[in-house]
Design a protein around this ligand. Structure first.
Ligand SMILES: Nc1ncnc2c1ncn2[C@@H]1O[C@H](COP(=O)(O)OP(=O)(O)OP(=O)(O)O)[C@@H](O)[C@H]1O
Ligand SMILES: [Mg+2]
Length: 238
């Protein structure tokens, strides 16, 4: 394997006095789907926030495309082609679906290009096309989740961080969301996926890391991990 697209080296992160990440190291190669698994409070979202510059790390280093981006402002990191779909849907409920999507564009995107990106989003998520003029807040949870993922793709990222895209969705819709994540990867985007939904994440991921109380306790090939009894144990927090 070549040098990783994303590399975390011995990250520590604290909220005030409370340390929540301890010596976290991980790598994502271009073209991979890597799952970051763990139970509530394990530190998954904090890890993503450290990567996208929403939280500062107290030690360790973060490299993107070989460049040291540790504790650089979020805006700078986004410019390099990294996009973060935060936990919860974070749409503007009193704006239309289309307006929400257009907010995902990079600054300075030309009209023709933005139309093209909008069409691509509607192709990937037909329900958003049907509802394009409707308030985002009036869609179902699953539809809003699709809108949130589509919005992240409007900036044409090369790398996406997804924080629990399946959270709170019905099983059929979860299956759709996982299918879309695979399509996103197949379109050339690298994915770091945070999920509590272990079985389905491991089914689409190439590799995975498991966080327990702020530490990486297991990692490896997704197929191998899915058969590892230690994973069940880590998950149940036993
Ligand atoms: N802004 C914050 N201020 C203080 N503590 C925080 C903050 N955000 C998270 N924490 C704490 O950091 C720890 C890790 O939280 P984090 O949100 O990273 O976990 P998570 O793995 O994403 O959990 P979940 O599955 O519930 O989303 C938890 O103990 C949490 O209470
Ligand atoms: Mg979280």
């Amino acid at each position: 394997m070549g040098s990783p697209m994303l590399k975390l080296e011995n990250i520590d992160l604290a909220y005030g006095e409370a340390k929540v990440l301890f010596d976290v190291s991980l790598e994502v190669q271009q073209g991979e789907i890597v799952a970051l698994l763990g139970s509530n409070g394990a530190g998954k979202s904090s890890t993503l926030k450290a990567i996208s510059g929403l939280e500062r790390v107290s030690s360790g280093r973060i490299f993107f495309d070989g460049e040291n981006l540790t504790n650089r402002p979020s805006s700078e990191i986004v410019k390099r082609g990294l996009s973060h779909t935060p936990e919860g849907r974070r749409l503007f409920p009193r704006m239309s679906v289309e307006e929400n999507l257009l907010l995902g564009l990079r600054r300075g995107t030309k009209g023709v290009k933005s139309k093209e990106l909008l069409d691509r989003a509607f192709e990937m998520f037909p329900v958003l096309k049907e509802r394009r003029k409707q308030y985002a807040g009036l869609m179902s949870g699953g539809e809003q989740q699709q809108c949130s993922i589509a919005r992240a793709l409007m900036s044409e990222p090369r790398f996406v961080l997804m924080d629990e895209p399946s959270l709170g969705l019905a099983p059929q819709i979860i299956a759709d969301v996982f299918r879309v994540i695979r399509e996103i990867r197949d379109s050339g985007v690298t994915v770091l996926l945070v999920e509590q939904n272990m079985v389905q994440s491991l089914a689409i991921a190439d590799r995975a890391y498991v966080l327990e109380r702020g530490r990486v306790t297991l990692s490896g090939d997704a197929k191998t991990l899915s058969k590892d009894p230690a994973l069940q144990k880590a998950y149940l927090g036993a």
